[in-house]
Ligand binder design. Structure first.
Ligand code: SAM
Length: 336
């Protein structure tokens, strides 16, 4: 891939992407990535390609774009044609970005961006089964592979269900919801979004003004089906290994479970000591920080952006740059 010296200008013509996902905090994301001519970036969550396109427009750089959703990759081909030799699309998980990128013999990586969660295309396509707004099969798989949400509901024990709902949905009434699911599935398999949503609404005794009672349970199931939090940990560690000194890490999260993980990963990696209590014995080995924070606090969208794009409302952006220090050893790899 050779960077094209000329910029393409805004999308137009037969290969112009028709997307309805509006990239969130795009200006701040680009500001943190600071794209440079000739540099190589990883967009770990290609989605509808808004961020990749903005990068390609900002500098004569190259982008390696990953998405686990085969539909996203297929639709992205039109964008790749508009930037010949500059946009490489790969179907896969960003947790495996190191292995995915290896066959390209990549140059040092100047930036990694993770824009977590679902794209508008996924949320608004009823048959993907992510949303309780439509009646559809309970699927929720980003990749279209592996166990569906309906399979999870059929196979998990009542206590595992309650744990997942409490942990990944922060659902106060997790045990009640799990009990209702366990009782219902004795009568018949729960296969549709509308059935699950109705069950949860009946099981949750309180109402929040701005949120459907099914929101938390749908979030929990989706996180479990896609192993999202372990993926995030793997993605952060892979970015740490791949980024060149000075390279930028930019992570946009949409709920507190994700943001907490990003925040604590960056806090650990940017502190000069492992951040242990002063009452504990001193650690045997001190590691040099592998990241330095670009901003101490998370960046959030302003009211105007939220008014334009309500899906931006819970976004939190964290940014850091890679130091010269070696990557810390990966600390975990597991499921659920
Ligand atoms: C919020 S969208 C990204 C939107 C994109 N920045 C844009 O401008 O269109 C998130 C995308 O990341 C993908 N995704 C989520 N987790 C992933 C993972 N672990 N590996 C690869 N892709 C993932 C989803 O399939 C989805 O298409």
């Amino acid at each position: 891939m050779t960077p094209s010296p000329s910029r393409q200008g805004p999308a137009a013509g037969p290969d112009a992407p028709s997307r309805h996902h509006i990239p969130v905090l795009l200006e701040a994301v680009l500001g943190a990535l600071a794209p440079r001519d000739g540099a190589f970036y990883i967009d770990g969550t290609f989605g509808e390609g808004g961020l990749s396109e903005a990068l390609l427009e900002s500098a004569a750089c190259r982008v390696f774009a990953i998405d686990r959703d085969p539909d996203a990759i297929a639709k992205g081909e039109a964008l790749a044609r508009r930037y010949p030799g500059r946009l490489e699309l790969v179907k896969g998980r960003f947790g495996a970005m190191k292995e995915l990128i290896a066959p390209l013999s990549p140059p040092p990586i100047a930036g990694v961006a993770l824009d977590l969660g679902l794209s508008s295309a996924q949320l608004d396509t009823p048959e993907r089964g992510f949303s309780f707004r439509f009646d559809a099969p309970l699927d929720m798989r980003m990749s279209g592979e592996g166990e569906t949400a309906a399979d999870f509901l059929a196979s998990l024990s009542e206590s595992e269900l309650a744990r997942i709902l409490a942990l990944y949905g922060e659902e106060r009434y997790a045990r009640r919801v799990a009990r209702a699911i366990a009782a219902e599935r004795k009568k018949h398999a729960i296969l549709r979004t509308s059935e699950l949503a109705a069950l949860v609404r009946a099981a949750v005794p309180t109402r929040e003004r701005s949120q459907d009672p099914a929101t938390r349970s749908f979030q929990a199931l989706r996180i479990a089906v896609n192993d999202e939090l372990c993926e995030l940990e793997r993605g952060l560690e892979a970015a740490e290994e791949l980024l060149m000194p000075g390279g930028r890490l930019v992570v946009l999260s949409f709920h507190s479970l994700e943001d907490r993980r990003v925040k604590s990963f960056l806090a650990r990696r940017s502190a000069s000591s492992p951040g242990r209590s002063r009452h504990l014995p001193a650690p045997k080995e001190r590691r040099a920080p592998s990241f330095a924070l670009l901003s101490r606090r998370a960046i959030t969208p302003d009211a105007a952006e939220v008014a334009r794009n309500p899906r931006a409302r819970s976004a939190r952006l964290r940014t850091a740059h890679r130091t010269e220090a070696p990557a810390w050893p990966a600390c975990r790899d597991g499921k659920r």
